[in-house]
Design a protein. Structure first.
Length: 305
């Protein structure tokens, strides 16, 4: 299997985990003792504990990164992203998260990758990203008149912010040439160091009051899968595909999330929402199938003779 094929396999594997995460989180929030702030604290306490042995054995190259780069990595895939994405699920259903966070992240990533690190996209990629944005917009507009219409706009704003944060992470991690596990270690341990002190100061270890089964499930879902495994797998795709194409693969999240939402949550998309997903899927094919117009400026050069 070629390196590019491994990249697509990793990217789509991460997408599948994100879809499952959104549906499981929405399901658990209905009966959870923990609120989003508690869940994010438990997420990065667990994830940091998982990554500390690796960081101790092979310290990530933090010293060569600038402060803005560290901030973009820690916030973009860490605590700020998680607060927006998890908090949005309080106000809007899982399908909306799938329709906005990853797709808009793909659009924002394409724009940032072109403007900041020189990833040039062919016209079909631009068309694909435009269709992704249009499909996501159609899904959201079609849902405004439903049962969630009164407060879903709050969730939509949070999902949009999460997409922008994720795009910043994609481009920054790609430009910094970080290994997959190094990026995960910086994101998780950095988020724990930044988020946990103010959380504990304001709320104390409130999550410990939850039933132990809920703590174990949330720790595995958010800390093990959401903050660690899925980010590591996605980074493998990011390294092999580049920022724009890897993010475009994430735009398939709405389809997978909608299918899982129907089976698990009983959230059946309306015909306009289904049409928006069809447009979005076509946009994914165009954007992710396009080659870079020139050699990847970030690819390692082979030594000459």
């Amino acid at each position: 299997m070629t390196s590019e094929a491994w990249g697509w396999l990793a990217a789509f594997g991460a997408v599948s985990m994100w879809a499952g995460w959104a549906v499981a989180t929405r399901l658990l929030l209905g009966s959870a003792t923990l609120d989003p702030a508690d869940i994010v604290a438990l997420r990065f306490l667990t994830a940091a504990a998982l990554m500390l042995p690796y960081a101790a054995a092979r310290p990530p190259p933090v010293r060569r990164l600038t402060v803005p780069t560290l901030a973009a990595i820690i916030a973009g895939s860490g605590f700020a992203f998680s607060l927006c994405n998890t908090g949005g699920l309080v106000f809007a259903p899982a399908a909306h998260s799938g329709a906005m966070t990853s797709p808009l992240g793909a659009v924002f990533t394409g724009l940032l990758a072109h403007g900041l690190i020189g990833e040039r996209l062919r016209p079909r990629s631009v068309l694909g990203l435009t269709m992704i944005a249009g499909g996501a917009t159609a899904i959201v507009l079609a849902s405004l008149g439903g049962a969630w219409g009164g407060r879903s706009w709050i969730g939509h704003l949070l999902f949009t912010a999460a997409g922008l944060l994720w795009a910043g992470y994609n481009v920054t991690a790609r430009g910094a040439r970080l290994a997959a596990l190094d990026a995960v270690a910086i994101s998780t341990i950095g988020s724990a160091l930044v988020y946990l002190p103010p959380y504990l100061l304001l709320a104390g270890p409130r999550f410990l009051a939850a039933p132990w089964r809920e703590i174990a499930i949330q720790a595995a879902l958010h800390g093990g899968v959401g903050a660690t495994l899925s980010i590591f797998v996605f980074n493998l795709g990011l390294i092999r595909l580049g920022a724009a194409r890897a993010a475009a693969a994430g735009a398939l999240t709405p389809i997978l999330t909608a299918l899982a939402g129907v089976a698990v949550l009983g959230e059946v998309p309306s015909p306009p929402e289904a049409a928006g997903m069809a447009v979005l899927t076509a946009g994914v094919w165009l954007a992710s199938g396009a080659r870079l117009a020139s050699a990847d400026p970030l690819a390692p050069r082979r030594p000459g003779p």
